[in-house]
Write a protein that binds this ligand. Structure first.
Ligand SMILES: [Zn+2]
Length: 133
């Protein structure tokens, strides 16, 4: 079974374009300076639609995780146990990803993580994964 991959929208296109260049860019509100994830049309804090796309290091710490021992979708059966993580970026935003280049025994809340830009040429998309720093 083929895995589902993200389909960029006009709002999220700059986010996916940056990942393809192996960069992480998130929206920064020009009105209140809030950093916003996931990409959206309006600021989560003040509803402004005036943004800049800001490049971040992508580094952060492990906020929480779960080990999926059964596939979350039949297409992910080859990835179990899947290490599903929530990363807290150094700038404070939390995002969901998966741990690569590490195993279940490596997971420790608060551990340093760095981004892995995983190209998926067949789908013209780059996925944001994480590995131990
Ligand atoms: Zn704002």
């Amino acid at each position: 079974m083929e895995k589902p991959y993200p389909v960029p929208t006009p709002t999220s296109q700059p986010f996916w374009d940056a990942l393809r260049e192996h960069k992480l860019k998130l929206q920064r509100c020009n009105e209140c300076e809030a950093l916003i994830y996931y990409p959206r049309a309006n600021c989560t804090q003040c509803l402004s639609d005036d943004f800049e796309w800001e490049e971040l290091s992508g580094e952060g710490t492990l906020y929480t995780y779960t080990v999926a021992r059964r596939p979350t979708h039949p297409a992910f059966a080859d990835e179990v146990p899947q290490l599903i993580i929530v990363v807290e970026l150094d700038e404070g935003v939390r995002l969901t990803s998966t741990l690569v280049n590490g195993g279940e025994d490596d997971l420790e809340i608060g551990m340093r993580l760095k981004p892995v830009f995983q190209d998926v040429p067949d789908h013209d998309v780059t996925m944001l994964r994480y590995e131990p720093a």
